[in-house]
Unconditional design. Structure first.
Length: 301
């Protein structure tokens, strides 16, 4: 198949290379000339504008969008809509909020265009391992795009599927990322407890390696944790600051809206927020209150 790739950052570039290896023709677009050169070196064509991309890809066009969620996605779609022809398809492979996806899909239907949401997991390993893809949108359109999904997936019949109508793919990916928060937090807390047990002088890399085989907590995430501990056992130079890209917040908000208790995911999100407060006023208040009611010593900075 032939498609245009919008956004040639690390993930977009890796997806382009995997598609090329699968025999697809890919035309890439990115404002960054260095990003375009990287994919050209592997056999992709590239253009410097959306208009140029539209002219390079034959109709009915399939355009795969790998740009940051929010304003960047909104601006890209706004620029694309006047350029597209009836029957064209845009796949949003980023982490858009599913409510935005549902709104955008209605815009596309009104113009006889197709909008497919594809929650994509795999990160920097996707080029070699394949991508996990949760696809939302009209079943017939997804069927037409099957060769693309089969090429990007770990195997043609594994790691991808249509999960429902427009928005369902991004909704499922949102929950996926919320679960990821909880899993990461549980591993982090467990290894932290072991690190603090100085009596045993545990080799955390060794423990992680043991857990990778036969243990009920083995996982790909543990595999990656093992690599991190091997490369830097004491995590020297790593700041205790954990960003979030939004999906955890959306998951917690959705849980509240649906009256579904999600304490593990919620606390994992709060832990990330707490990691950014290097001068916690709340912690100072706790210390001050303890001093007031019990005369407990206040530790000075």
């Amino acid at each position: 198949m032939e498609l245009g790739m919008i956004g040639l950052g690390r993930m977009g570039a890796n997806m382009t290379l995997r598609l090329l290896r699968g025999g697809h023709r890919v035309v890439g677009f990115d404002f960054n000339p260095d990003a375009r050169k990287r994919v050209e070196q592997h056999g992709a064509e590239s253009v410097a504008s959306l208009d140029g991309l539209i002219k390079k890809v034959s109709t009915p066009r399939t355009l795969w969008m790998m740009v940051p969620s929010g304003d960047a996605t909104e601006a890209t779609i706004k620029a694309l809509l006047p350029l597209l022809s009836a029957g064209d398809t845009v796949v949003d492979g980023g982490n858009s909020n599913y409510k935005d996806t549902q709104r955008r899909a209605r815009q596309f239907v009104d113009r006889q265009l197709n909008y497919i949401d594809c929650g994509t997991s795999g990160g920097i390993w996707g080029l070699t391992e394949g991508y996990s893809m949760m696809v939302g949108g009209e079943a017939g359109v997804v069927k037409q795009l099957q060769p693309i999904f089969e090429t990007l997936a770990p195997a043609p019949n594994r790691g991808w599927g249509r999960v429902g109508p427009s928005g369902a793919g991004h909704f499922t990916k949102m929950i996926h990322n919320g679960i990821e928060y909880g899993l990461m937090q549980a591993y982090a807390e467990g290894f932290s407890i072991m690190q603090h047990k100085k009596e045993f002088a545990l080799d955390l890399h060794q423990v992680a390696e043991i857990w990778r085989e036969g243990s009920v907590v083995r996982s790909w995430l543990l595999d990656l944790t093992t690599i991190a501990l091997k490369e830097n056992p004491a995590l020297d130079g790593v700041a205790p600051f954990v960003p979030d890209s939004g999906e955890g917040r959306w998951t917690v908000a959705e849980a509240i809206d649906l009256n579904v208790p999600a304490p593990a995911i919620t606390l994992a999100l709060i832990a990330r927020l707490a990691s950014r407060d290097s001068d916690s006023f709340a912690a100072k208040m706790l210390s001050a209150m303890r001093h007031q009611f019990g005369g407990h010593e206040i530790k000075k900075q």
